[in-house]
Write a new protein. Structure first.
Length: 201
């Protein structure tokens, strides 16, 4: 049985996919989720709060998926390409919802910061797991031993580039495949520049 938070988040995702950011009205979320409006306000202070919580939950689900099926590839560059292809397709599978989430995360609304921080921390762990490529235990290994300074820097920079590329997609500047291509290029350049992936002899 779903808890109240999950019901609220599921409904918010549905409404966002039906009509975008503006369609996620708290009164409508509460009504469709079958909860009192006061209950919703106690748990989520704004639509931005709800949407950023939804993407944070989605990242938790992605963690479990990667524990079962880590990013594949013989080198860090190949694994990064595989990883960002997976997370981009997962993010953009529901395009209206994805655009609403991007808007919420960039809103600057104070209550969103906690969800965004949680999301970034989880994405950092997932990125480092893909970088290390330690097989089926990759995620567990990446979180049990501290990241190196290089790994932490790579994870942060790649996330920032990915977010910027997703904003471009959201604005209609390019398609999903171009986001994936840009991440492949960025990963290859940064990995070589930091020495994480030695240049081929």
């Amino acid at each position: 049985m779903k808890d109240v938070n999950d019901k609220i988040l599921d409904v918010a995702i549905e409404l966002a996919e039906e009509g975008g950011f503006e369609n996620v009205r708290q009164r409508d979320v509460a009504k469709r989720a079958g909860v009192a409006l006061g209950t919703l306000y106690k748990r989520f202070r704004s639509k931005e709060d709800i949407l950023s919580a939804a993407i944070a939950r989605q990242t938790e689900q992605l963690e479990r998926r990667m524990e079962r099926k880590p990013a594949t590839g013989a080198t860090p560059t190949v694994r990064m390409a595989s990883f960002f292809q997976m997370v981009t397709k997962a993010m953009c599978r529901k395009p209206q919802y994805a655009r609403a989430v991007l808007r919420a995360m960039a809103s600057g609304v104070p209550e969103v910061a906690e969800n965004v921080t949680r999301y970034q921390e989880r994405m950092t762990g997932l990125t480092i797991a893909a970088l290390r490529g330690t097989g089926r235990l990759g995620f567990a290994d990446a979180t049990s031993s501290p990241p190196t300074e290089t790994e932490a820097t790579l994870a942060l920079m790649l996330q920032q580039i990915w977010f910027a590329s997703l904003v471009g997609w959201s604005a209609g500047l390019h398609g999903v495949n171009r986001v994936v291509e840009q991440m492949e290029q960025a990963s290859a350049l940064l990995l070589k520049a930091t020495g994480y992936e030695p240049a081929a002899a």
